[in-house]
Design a protein around this ligand. Sequence first.
Ligand code: SAM
Length: 198
Amino acid sequence: MIMDIPAHRVVVTDPCQRFDWRAIFGQDRPVELDLGAGDGGFALAYAGMHPEINLLAVERLLGRVRKIEKRAARTERSNLRVLRLEFGYTVRYLLPSESVSVAHILFPDPWPKRRHWPRRLIQPDFVRDLARALRPGGELRFTTDHEHYFATAQQAVTDAQVLQRAPEWNWSLDPKTDFQQTFEAEGRPIWRARWVKA
Ligand SMILES: C[S@@+](CC[C@H](N)C(=O)[O-])C[C@H]1O[C@@H](n2cnc3c(N)ncnc32)[C@H](O)[C@@H]1O
């Protein structure tokens, strides 16, 4: 079957094979991830501000993925690729070891009901999977508007025992995410944390 594959889409042809970043981006640059990219406001702007890196945006909703791809094509973002897949699977099975410089997890779904807490992305197993994929010195940058998620995420990273807490990055230089703009307009507080792989 012949299909039109959008230029910025990463297609997984073998779900057991880890990514070859050079094949995906066409050049070797530090790789960063935007896990749960939403409509891609952050990914598009960040890739534009940082031509020295390659950015993979991971998002499971097709409508959002298509939005990112259209905007990436319009703005000719050659250092941005989009993957439509579940981010837990992506991190565990598709990322090569010690290959990622920064993983951005920005306003992930907070799952506020107690019975849904196990669905939160930042859990010890996920953190260990991510740490495998991070380079030495690689970092996880986490932002949320949900205080309880912030607390459980910090505990999860502590329990995983693979990343060290570090001072906040200079987040004021980062473009705002789509959700961030909404939350800031509503006056909600925002929490951030950064962890580094030794
Ligand atoms: C609350 S939104 C935040 C989007 C964006 N980071 C922002 O700040 O504007 C969370 C995003 O994560 C995506 N998402 C949730 N679970 C996911 C999963 N398991 N795999 C990939 N994406 C997921 C959702 O579809 C949604 O677009």
